[in-house]
Design a protein around this ligand. Sequence first.
Ligand SMILES: CSC[C@@H](O)[C@@H](O)C(=O)COP(=O)(O)O
Length: 348
Amino acid sequence: MTASTIVPIRWCGDALELLDQRALPDREIRLRVNDATQTAQAITDMVVRGAPAIGITAAYGVALAAQRAEDSDWPQRLEDAIECLAASRPTAVNLFWALARMRGVIDRHRTQREAPVAALLDEAREIHQRDLADNLAMGRYGSELIARNGTCTVMTHCNTGALATGGHGTALGVIRSAWEQGLITLVHANETRPWLQGARLTAWELQREGIPVVLAADSAASLLLARGEIDWLIVGADRIAANGDVANKIGTYALAVQARHHGVKVMVVAPSSTFDLDLESGADIPIETRDSRELTHQGERRVAPENVKIFNPVFDITPAALIDAIVCEHGVIEPPNPTSIARLLGRT
Ligand SMILES: CSC[C@@H](O)[C@@H](O)C(=O)COP(=O)(O)O
């Protein structure tokens, strides 16, 4: 299986280079961030986005902070950096998982006089490389699932590709892998309002790799599902609770309800770092609300009346009962429930 050629996150020795996703698909610009504060700001501003990519970026952010923590008070400086990065976005648990791993390295070196720069950088690199390997494994498991019923047409939501991960992708990684094996004939990408991850990023990634894609407004999805044109709805996740409820991009819940109504199967693809087994159900997952400007404006132009009240949650919760399978790097959880999840993740 070949990984994508898109490189959203690149370590350059004393800085981190991020492919600025706000400028795609028009321009491929790389933004350099030099410290933890700039890294956190880049995550908040969606220069880099997608649950695994946020975690990887934050891990490098801690390594950047370590390079700049030259005095003996380095543990406190790194703790401040972790706090700043943890406040960048609330929903994707991969962020907190990656920061916990970085804190583990700090704890193991706490008695040292100097910050453990090399060890922290190694940990960030390991998180990055492991995510790519996990994506490729999920690509294999997801393709096996699809292969049970032969070739198919799929629908996806948001962007879950190389841009959102360490490379290859979660849901889009399965789509990429299955397409390479001749199992997918067409991908329907939803535009994913309001930030348009589907239109701006997924359509770009698929076109670039020659995978046939049709872009449609989110509200066209039910027509496609009703017409029997979709075999699988394949999406990613930002956090999965112990009972299998999934937080993902706003609109996923509506799609899963419609998919169930029309007998279309739903596959969620996410690495084990996206599971939050401390949370019993999706009701406990914090949902991010973003700037009202995402709804009131199209580019620079205001499209909503002045002073209108805005509701802009950017994730929703899909109950486990609407999900046929969750694919992670360890295999397929089918159907998702507290027992099947704990068994596959080795928590029984
Ligand atoms: C591999 S990405 C899985 C999810 O992170 C993705 O579906 C998603 O919801 C991304 O949201 P975003 O707000 O663009 O960070």
